[in-house]
Design a protein around this ligand. Structure first.
Ligand SMILES: [Zn+2]
Length: 190
C-alpha cells in the first residue's frame, strides 16, 4: 500500500518502510514497516522526510440519526458495548464533540445474539449507524450489511485477523485462533 498526503488510515495500516521516512506522531515501527497507531489522515513532509497521522481538522461535523460512523470498541458490558466515535463515514471533518456511543445487544446483528462478546471485543474498529441520540447518548446499530467489525485483533496474540469462508468468523494468521465477530461486508483483510 502506498499512502499519500491526506489519505485516511486506521490503526495497523501500513504507511511505508522506515528507510523512507522518519517516524512522526501517530506512527510506529513494526519490524521495519511504518504503521499507523490512530484513525486519521496521513501527513507527509517530504522536505523533512517525516510521516505522521493526525486526527483531522476543518469545521466540525455533527452526528444525526442515520449518520454512519467509524469508531472503536472501548468497553464491554453484559447487554451493550461502548464505542468511541472517531469520525463520520461521509466526511473527513472532525466531529464537533468527542462522542461516545453504545450498541445494545439487540442492535448488534439481525439474528438473536446470545453473548455480546460473540460480536465485538475491546479494540475492534467498527462501522455503525446512528439510530438514536438522547442528550449525550448515541445509540448505534451494526445490523446493516456494511456495518460491523472492520478490523479486529486476536485476543490471544494481538495480531490482526482475517475473514474465513464462514460468516462472522475471523482467524488469526499467527496462532490460527478462530474468533466470532459481527463482521462488516467491508472488513479490511491485511
Ligand atoms: Zn493469534
Amino acid at each position: 500500500m502506498k499512502v499519500k498526503n491526506g489519505d485516511f488510515v486506521m490503526p495497523g495500516d501500513k504507511l511505508g518502510i522506515i528507510e523512507l521516512y522518519l517516524l512522526g506522531k501517530g506512527t510506529y515501527d513494526n519490524e521495519g514497516d511504518i504503521e499507523s497507531t490512530v484513525l486519521g489522515n496521513v501527513k507527509i513532509n517530504s522536505k523533512m522526510k517525516t510521516i505522521s497521522v493526525e486526527p483531522k481538522s476543518g469545521c466540525p461535523a455533527t452526528l444525526e440519526v442515520g449518520s454512519k460512523i467509524y469508531g472503536q470498541i472501548t468497553d464491554i458490558k453484559p447487554q451493550r458495548v461502548n464505542v468511541k466515535i472517531d469520525r463520520m463515514v461521509d466526511t473527513p471533518r472532525d466531529l464537533s464533540l468527542p462522542y461516545m456511543g453504545s450498541i445494545h445487544i439487540s442492535k448488534a446483528k439481525e439474528d438473536y445474539l446470545d453473548k455480546i462478546s460473540d460480536a465485538f471485543r475491546i479494540g475492534d474498529i467498527i462501522k455503525a449507524e446512528v439510530v438514536k441520540i438522547t442528550g449525550d447518548n448515541v445509540d448505534l446499530s451494526t445490523v446493516a450489511e456494511d456495518c460491523g467489525v472492520l478490523k479486529a485483533m486476536c485476543t490471544r496474540c494481538r495480531e490482526y485477523m482475517a475473514t474465513t469462508e464462514k460468516k462472522n468468523e475471523l482467524q488469526c494468521k499467527k496462532c490460527n485462533k478462530k474468533e466470532k465477530r459481527e463482521v462488516s461486508s467491508e472488513y479490511v483483510n491485511i
